[in-house]
Design a protein around this ligand. Structure first.
Ligand SMILES: [Zn+2]
Length: 191
């Protein structure tokens, strides 16, 4: 079912989630389906979604495999492969070298008022998580995909990406950012 997405200011978004213990329950399967349905509806503007964003304070998020899309842009990726479902994920390790990517969040502004900003994070990470079939897995992520995974895991810990942006001058409305990029052919310089 497509769910409504909570907006910043709702305390659920800044609350650490609880671990999921009933991996195989009907409720968990239904929550995962809701996450994917809601994500797909917003697929043109979103690369992931976490349960607190649809009002449930439990540790599940979905991340779009933007790395697979980047690697082979012409290949049609099926739904199960496109959305990586991470249950109770945590970072096993992260690189000391960082990368900066422009991020946005479905919970921070709607439509042309969706807010964007540059976020610096570890470039490479390894994540340990439970997959929907109950098995323990590890996922390596690099570059933009690494940002997507870290952004979604942050949601499970009650952290929103804007908390990493020290200077509000770096936060842009989508409409203004698009206009800037169109006339300058680059992202704005970071202040
Ligand atoms: Zn987000």
């Amino acid at each position: 079912m497509i769910k409504e997405i909570l907006q910043i200011g709702n305390p659920i978004l800044t609350t650490k989630t609880t671990k999921v213990t009933d991996i195989n329950s009907v409720e968990t399967k239904s929550l995962i389906k809701d996450l994917i349905d809601t994500c797909e509806k917003n697929a043109d503007i979103s690369a992931g979604l976490a349960l607190p964003q649809i009002g449930v304070s439990k540790s599940i998020c979905v991340c779009r495999r933007v790395d697979l899309e980047e690697k082979d842009p012409d290949k049609e990726i099926d739904k199960e492969e496109l959305w990586e479902v991470l249950i109770n994920p945590h970072l096993l390790n992260s690189s000391s070298d960082n990368s900066t990517e422009w991020e946005a969040c479905l919970s921070i502004g709607v439509g042309k008022d969706n807010l964007w900003g540059p976020v610096e994070r570890p470039k490479k990470i390894t994540v340990e998580y439970t997959s929907p079939d109950g098995s323990q897995k590890q996922l390596k992520a690099d570059g933009y995909f690494s940002h997507v995974v870290q952004h979604e895991i942050d949601h499970l810990n009650g952290i929103l990406f804007v908390s990493y942006i020290n200077n509000p001058a770096n936060i842009w409305r989508l409409e203004d950012l698009n206009a800037y990029i169109e006339s300058n052919e680059s992202y704005p310089e970071i202040q």
